[in-house]
Design a protein around this ligand. Structure first.
Ligand SMILES: Nc1ncnc2c1ncn2[C@@H]1O[C@H](COP(=O)(O)OP(=O)(O)O)[C@@H](O)[C@H]1O
Ligand SMILES: [Mg+2]
Length: 259
């Protein structure tokens, strides 16, 4: 379980998070929603280790990781995507997904340079696993395409595939559905469900409440850095305070509409 305990984050005079508690269980999808600026990305960064909380703590499977850097948390099984994918746009889809596997390869650099039989076996195993992931995410037709040639929606899906290549215990997704077509969103939703079904704990930071209702078991609503409401998606959607927050923002931001 990822356990965020009373996390507070201050940036100068701005309190981006206020005493937020959050739990992400293995095998379940937990969503964090809220208007722009409500602290979703800050909470996400606090969990993944890109932001240090001013107060409070983050535990992963019972271990306090509050002072563990992001790469250390990745080794503990946390994989994340970025709201703006941090990918090399000149790399191909295949190369990008392959990169996700690299931290888990076993051979040393010298063995890799002289391509020992073990390295060759490992390369074949990786090639097969990359193919499987590409197929699973509907990317096999794009394997040789550079990311610069793809629409942003597909780049996000490539980024999710790269994160899954790390075989994480927890998958943290920051607004993965932004810019996706309806079909791509459906693909993403079914992949998120499948990933959770395999025992991965998923934290989904998302603006689009329709997608959240579709895929998550538990929803946490942030407003101005604090938890406004939480519970099952159906319950949260009917909460008048939540409706207020969403009706108080611009049309573009209003994600509660179900049409
Ligand atoms: N690195 C930062 N430095 C200063 N202020 C920040 C920083 N990151 C976020 N904030 C502020 O913290 C608040 C929450 O931002 P953020 O977590 O990005 O919200 P969300 O992801 O919900 O849109 C906002 O007021 C934002 O301006
Ligand atoms: Mg954000």
């Amino acid at each position: 379980m990822i356990d965020v305990r009373s996390a507070t984050v201050q940036f100068g005079g701005v309190t981006a998070l206020k005493e937020v508690d959050l739990a992400v269980d293995r095998g379940r999808v937990c969503a964090v929603i809220g208007p722009n600026g409500s602290g979703k990305t800050t909470l996400f960064n606090t969990i993944s280790g890109f932001v240090s909380p001013t107060a409070g703590s983050v535990l992963v499977d019972g271990r306090d990781v509050t002072r563990v850097a992001a790469d250390g948390r990745a080794r503990l099984g946390l994989a994340r995507t970025f709201q703006t994918p941090r990918v090399d746009v000149e790399a191909t889809v295949r190369e990008t997904v392959l990169c996700g596997f690299l931290p888990s390869t076993r051979s040393g650099l010298l063995a890799a340079l002289i391509r020992t039989p073990r390295v060759q076996r490992e390369e074949r195993r990786l090639a097969t696993e990359v193919d499987e992931l590409l197929e699973r995410f509907g990317l096999e037709g794009h394997a040789g395409h550079r990311l610069s040639e793809l629409p942003m929606g597909l780049v996000r899906i490539v980024d999710v595939a790269r994160a899954m290549a790390m075989r994480p215990k927890y998958l943290l997704l920051d607004e993965p559905a932004a810019g996706l077509t309806t079909d791509e969103q459906q693909l993403l939703v079914s992949e998120i469900r499948r990933v959770a079904g395999e025992g991965v704990g998923v934290l989904l930071v998302e603006h689009n409440f329709v997608l959240v209702q579709d895929v998550s078991e538990h929803v946490v609503v942030l407003e101005r850095g604090a938890v406004l409401a939480e519970g099952a998606p159906g319950v949260v959607a009917e909460d008048p305070r939540v409706v207020d927050v969403y009706l108080g923002v611009t049309d573009e931001d209003s994600a509660l509409e179900t049409t």
